[in-house]
Design a binder for this molecule. Structure first.
Ligand code: ADP
Length: 361
């Protein structure tokens, strides 16, 4: 099994601006890494550099501990799975899965045996003699994965592999890919713009924006301790609320900070509670099934939170929202960087001292 090391990777396309501005990443053997970020931030370019489909002229790529900058794609111990599956329409499932093996000169009987064993793992064995046109989207996706698996490589690169599937199939395939990763133990680098896929699949998530790697950490760390406001807002549905700290009761001194509160860090009170709370007016409530998403207006701006259906405030009603400062994250107003208040003043003193503005640095 192989890991991948990227060191200060920069990339420009001919006559174009720089697309990647020095990306470094250490991917351990067997890790499931998801690269996530808005469209155009350079995710596919990074994946294509790892695959060897683009030349890496600045920076270093190591695969399995060896410098790979000058290795041809077929010598990189890598299989790539694309968004459009890249299946051959005139070939059967068996032939599609075995295709890469033929190129490598494996005898036909051995190729077919390998294809059949892979098809079994992916529950494609009933369809071995069908052509891709007679398969569902999810089955085609599995054939594409089967072709990658048949090659017995230890690294899989996947570029938005689920984006052509409808929503329910995407959820099913997500579970299958996760399960497959467990079975194979392979290293997977998976590109998506979908933050739900990132959170649910990854051992570690790499969040990119405009050609920079903003944070590379576990889903829990990225969700609970985002490095900056962009990362905080990009992951999580409904997204984190950002409020000027100075608008919170008792915090008027802190003009320099924003507070980030996830919807689940806030609670609804139909009557004014004893603890500090913001008076709000309900603008819209959305039913998600088990919960409600409440969109409210407050003096500090728009707030979105979730609540159980029993706590449901009446439409257009006024109520109060309290917040759990232990779950809050703070950001510098100008740079957007997270500010670690706890380490600056100690968690127990946090509320009292900051309310008085006495610990201002
Ligand atoms: P993402 O995968 O995050 O959507 P890409 O890596 O595909 O981003 O693209 C990053 C930037 O590089 C975009 O501005 C895109 O237009 C540009 N780009 C991608 N491929 C090429 C190419 N072959 N030639 C020139 N520019 C490209």
């Amino acid at each position: 099994m192989s890991g991948i090391t990227l060191r200060d990777i920069r990339k420009s396309y001919p006559n174009g601006p720089e697309i990647l501005h020095g990306v470094s990443m250490d991917i351990k053997p067997g890790e499931f890494i998801v690269i996530v970020g808005p469209s155009g931030c350079g995710k596919s370019t990074l994946l294509r550099l790892i695959a060897g489909l683009e030349r890496c002229e600045q920076g270093d790529i190591e695969i399995g501990g060896k410098r790979a900058n000058n290795l041809a794609p077929q010598n990189r111990d890598i299989a790539m799975i694309f968004q459009n599956y890249a299946l051959y329409p005139h070939m059967t499932v068996r032939e599609n899965i075995a295709f890469g093996l033929e190129l490598r000169g494996m005898p036909k009987a051995e190729r077919n045996a390998r294809a059949e064993s892979v098809a079994k793992t992916l529950q494609l064995d009933p369809y071995l003699d069908r052509k891709p046109g007679a398969l569902s989207g999810g089955q085609r996706q599995r054939v594409a994965m089967g072709r990658a698996m048949a090659r017995n490589t230890s690294i899989f690169l996947m570029d938005e592999p689920l984006s052509n599937l409808d929503n329910s199939l995407r959820v099913t395939m997500r579970t299958e890919i996760k399960e497959l990763h467990r079975q194979l133990g392979a290293t997977i680098v998976y590109v998506t713009h979908d933050q739900t896929e990132a959170l649910s699949l990854a051992d570690r998530i790499a969040v990119m924006k405009d050609g920079d790697l903003l944070q590379f950490d576990t889903p829990e760390a990225i969700y609970d301790r985002p490095n900056n406001r962009f990362v905080a807002g990009f992951l999580g549905v409904p997204p984190m609320n950002f409020l000027p700290v100075a608008q919170l009761p008792g915090w008027q001194g802190r003009q320099d900070l924003m507070v980030g509160l996830r919807p689940e860090a806030m609670s609804v009170h139909l009557d004014q509670p004893r603890e500090a709370a913001l008076p709000v007016r309900l603008v819209l409530s959305e039913m998600t099934g088990s919960d409600l998403i409440l969109h409210c207006d407050s003096a500090a701006g728009r707030i979105t939170l979730t609540s159980g259906r029993k706590d449901r405030p009446r439409d257009t009603s006024n109520f109060w929202v309290s917040y759990d400062l232990d779950q809050a994250v703070f950001f510098d107003n100008h740079s957007g960087t997270r500010v670690d208040l706890a380490s600056a003043i100690g968690p127990s003193k946090r509320c009292a001292e900051f309310r008085n503005g006495s610990s201002r640095q």
